[in-house]
Design a protein around this ligand. Structure first.
Ligand code: NAD
Length: 417
């Protein structure tokens, strides 16, 4: 299979170079911010259930810690590459800075196929990874979290291994833990809830009435199903189409997201939901609607299909669903795109809340989590929106400008550049 990860990483670096130039930052800042501060590659031997030993490759990339300890998920993925991890670590630095969290950016990955591994093999792999990287992580250094194909159980094994080696009780070495083992209330729907909060602010600026607004969601997974439910239940919007990897469903009269979720739980897909018309993922992105949430994959709206997009507002819940060209073309057409580093940052924000609660060993109520998340998202939206208006740039360019300036200011104050 073709590996596009180097080209994506190079494009991330080019975008950063452009932002540094537009902010008038000097070459030293540009050179340091465009590459990770540390990259760790490890070999992890694991005794498999059949008695053989398999050696897995794991990565941890620490992009920038000028604003605080590195933070970012760990992916278990068959086609994981160091370049994907580098791109994701860079985006985490930007996301944490946009949200003004006192954290830097990091990311981890292990090349493996978790769907074909037993629980015992996954536990030995998780613990083996921590045995190789424990010196470089910790509440004051680098705080991992779940990501693609990792979960609360895997985070718990990793935390336990870290505590066993290091000694003591350090719940804040890792986030995304189960409730009762140091997890935070409100983490489940945090990404989508944060996305809804910024959509509410954007709708006020654009004059979109959310009650009855037509909403389309690509990817009815974790992020997509929660956003459909929240927009329907909390805002009174009409969810006219949703999809998953098998295809989409469309009902101009509006779908009931909870009923669709139940149907998907029983059948494995939204496709075939009674009363709705089948629609392809390509057609779904081109439906006339008020708000479109790409919540599945990267690169779904590009120069090839952007002219057919007929919405007023896009909320990027997925990471990187729009190409750079598509983003700029929509900006020229007056269609606002809430970029991933802002729109899906509710997840890392509640992860940060989990980290803080763990440091204090004191746990907040759900109301408190929602209140603090709301305040953080509104503040971040306003900062990006004001920059977008003042500098006459898209919300994505504005978000990157806000983030890079914050990171660069700290690097200068610290005397690094
Ligand atoms: P998920 O695996 O729960 O859901 C993904 C959904 O996308 C599934 O329903 C899947 O069927 C669907 N999908 C897969 N291929 C598709 C295709 N070709 N066309 C249409 N749908 C397709 O994952 P998730 O956690 O909801 O994450 C989705 C996106 O959101 C990813 O880009 C992820 O990085 C991003 N994100 C998620 C979180 C979070 O907290 N869950 C936080 C930040 C960013």
């Amino acid at each position: 299979m073709e590996d596009k990860s180097l080209a994506i990483y190079q494009s991330v670096q080019q975008q950063l170079d452009g932002i540094c130039d537009s902010l008038g930052l000097d070459e030293g800042v540009k050179a340091y911010i465009r590459q990770p501060q540390r990259e760790i590659t490890v070999s992890i031997p694991v005794k498999m259930d059949d008695g053989t030993v398999k050696v897995f490759t794991g990565f941890r990339v620490q992009h920038n810690n000028a604003r605080g300890p590195y933070k970012g998920g760990i992916r278990f993925y068959p086609t994981e590459t160091i370049n994907t991890v580098r791109s994701l670590a860079t985006w985490m630095s930007l996301k944490c800075a946009v949200m003004d969290l006192p954290l830097g950016g990091g990311k981890g990955g292990i090349i493996c196929d978790p769907k074909n591994m037993s629980m015992g093999e996954l536990e030995r792999l998780s613990r083996g990874y921590i045995r190789k990287i424990w010196k470089y992580i910790g509440p004051d250094q680098d705080i991992p979290a779940p990501d693609v194909y990792t979960n609360g159980q895997i985070m718990t094994w990793m935390m336990d291994e870290f505590n066993t080696i290091k000694g003591g009780d350090n719940p804040s070495v890792i986030t995304g833990k189960p409730i009762g083992l140091g997890g935070s209330l409100g983490r489940g729907d945090a990404t989508s809830r944060g996305g809804m909060y910024v959509v509410v602010e954007a709708a006020k600026k654009l004059g979109i009435e959310l009650k009855g607004a037509k909403v389309v969601v690509q990817g009815f997974g974790n992020a997509g199903s929660y956003i459909a439910e929240l927009m329907h239940d909390d805002q009174g919007s009409s969810i006219i189409a949703v999809s998953d990897s098998k295809g989409g469903i469309y009902d101009p009269a509006g779908l009931d997201p909870k009923a669709v979720a139940e149907f998907k739980k029983m059948t494995g897909s939204v496709v075939g939901y009674p009363g709705a018309k089948p629609i392809t993922n390509e057609e779904l992105l081109e439906l006339e609607c008020d708000i479109l949430f790409p919540a599945a994959l990267e690169g779904v709206i590009t120069a090839d299909n952007v002219v057919n997009v007929k919405t007023k507002l896009i909320g990027e819940l997925a990471n990187g669903p729009l190409s750079f060209e598509a983003n700029e073309s929509l900006y020229k057409r007056g269609i606002m795109v809430l970029p991933d580093v802002l729109c899906n940052a509710g997840g890392v924000t509640v992860s940060y809340f989990e980290y803080v609660q763990g440091l204090y060993h004191h746990w907040w109520s759900l109301e408190e989590v929602h209140e603090k998340l709301h305040a953080a998202m509104v503040k971040a939206f306003n900062g990006v929106y004001e920059t977008s208006v003042a500098k006459k740039v898209s919300m994505r360019q504005a978000a990157y400008m806000v983030a890079v300036k914050r990171i660069a200011d700290n690097m200068k104050l610290l005397g690094w550049v």
